[in-house]
Design a protein around this ligand. Structure first.
Ligand SMILES: Cc1cc2nc3c(=O)[nH]c(=O)nc-3n(C[C@H](O)[C@H](O)[C@H](O)COP(=O)(O)O)c2cc1C
Length: 392
């Protein structure tokens, strides 16, 4: 993707370097347009080295290539990070007396704006009005965050973190190919109570399920997330039902799945629960040296979903296995999809250091015939995008 990063003259310009770097490392062609003020805060060689492209700032350079409009015309998305109060006002007014101004006016690409300024400047009615103008034109405003500012003061005005800006940039150009589809996605790990204070659980963090929900929503789907004990932020656009045990997860999933086009079972659901839940906390003084818990199988939610499948409903299961050998891992996956008869099975390896909890994942997706239809490694967001490509 061709991304123009407009860097303007605020202290947060040093953080623009991290935004540019993340976009380059994600494989994008990044072109920086810096204002004169920006170059007083961060050096041109730094921006050129990090973006791996020449950095332009002079309106009357590159005239033979009609640069003043060419960069805007070629951009798939433009991001202003940081966006000063001055540049926000200039863009709102449609001014074109510098290269950044002409580039933005010559572009029909989505515009992502990450404001950074002191709280008083952010709250000033002029800035409030300019931001409202940009929003009304479809610009995506990221932040600002609230926190420590350049001086000793703190409050709203701090530029959002580079990761959040990068996420907003990539979300702005996602295809809306899932518009009109209703997704139900489960995430997290269930907890089966032993007594009022203890449970049998697992180490699933819910990150892969939340990533699937986030990307599906950004691609236009209506998403219901059923989260089992997840403790990570979920975008407001996603209807979230929080559950604890496998039976709560089953009830919520069956109800939501009754009107869903796609159901993705990314949650790690307990296979066993305690047969009886103690009314009060088990005490070692009473139980003695050994305690026996009798466990019984929980409901097979995936199998029940498949048996109740609506016409044209797609059901995706997950298999998290500790098997170290790749071939045997796939054999386990193939046996599972044959047993469950879901449409796709996402197979991933989990272990002490793998799968659960981290930001990255590595998956192989099988279809009903047991064929490999996709392999993906990378961040859980990028793995989510690849999985959703199979479902559009
Ligand atoms: C030390 C210093 C820090 C500044 N930080 C900011 C800032 O964070 N946000 C902002 O809107 N303006 C800030 N300014 C003011 C801008 O640099 C000034 O408005 C400039 O004209 C912006 O130009 P540009 O929008 O073309 O980059 C700062 C100025 C100085 C001297």
């Amino acid at each position: 993707m061709n991304i123009v990063v407009g860097v303007t003259g605020g202290i947060a310009a040093y953080k623009a370097v991290s935004v540019i770097r993340a976009l380059v490392l994600a494989g994008h062609d990044v072109h920086v347009v810096a204002t004169d003020a920006a170059l007083r805060f961060v050096g041109l060689p730094t921006l050129e080295a990090i973006s791996r492209n020449p950095v332009h700032h002079e309106l009357y350079d590159g005239v033979a290539q009609v640069r003043h409009v060419a960069m805007g015309q070629a951009a798939d998305v433009i991001v202003l990070a940081p966006a000063t109060a001055n540049t926000i006002a200039r863009v709102a007014a449609g001014l074109a007396d510098d290269l950044l101004g002409t580039t933005i006016l010559a572009s029909t690409a989505p515009l992502v704006v990450a404001p950074a300024m002191h709280t008083e400047m952010w709250n000033n009615p002029a800035t409030v009005h300019n931001i409202a103008t940009l929003r009304a034109r479809g610009a995506i405003i990221v932040g600002p965050a609230s926190g420590q500012l350049t001086g000793s003061d703190s409050g709203p005005g701090r530029m959002s973190e580079p990761d959040d800006i990068v996420r907003a940039v990539l979300a702005a150009v996602r295809p809306r190919d899932l518009k009109g589809k209703r997704f139900v996605i489960t995430a997290g790990g269930t907890r089966e109570p032993i007594d009022p204070v203890r449970f049998i659980g697992n180490r699933s963090s819910g990150r892969q399920g939340v990533a699937l929900a986030t990307v599906a929503s950004e691609r236009g789907a209506t998403v219901t997330l059923i989260g089992a004990n997840i403790d990570i932020p979920v975008p407001d656009s996603i209807a979230t039902i929080m559950v604890t045990s496998s039976s709560e997860l089953a009830d919520a999933t069956f109800e939501a799945a009754a009107s869903a086009d796609v159901v993705i079972m990314a949650a790690a659901v307990a296979d066993y629960r305690t047969e009886a839940i103690a009314e009060s906390k088990l005490k070692k003084e009473i139980e003695g040296d050994e305690l026996t818990l009798r466990l019984v199988k929980t409901e097979d939610i995936l199998a029940t979903l498949v048996s109740r499948r609506r016409r044209n409903q797609t059901i995706v299961g997950f298999a998290a296995e500790t098997e170290p050998n790749d071939d045997r891992l796939l054999e386990l996956g193939r046996a599972k999809i044959e047993r469950k008869d879901c449409d796709f099975l996402v197979v991933n390896r989990v272990g002490w250091q793998e799968g659960f909890g981290g930001d990255d994942n590595s998956v192989t997706v099988l279809n009903r015939a047991g064929d490999i239809v996709m392999k993906a490694s990378g961040t859980k967001l990028s793995v989510a995008s690849h999985i959703l490509d199979l479902l559009n």
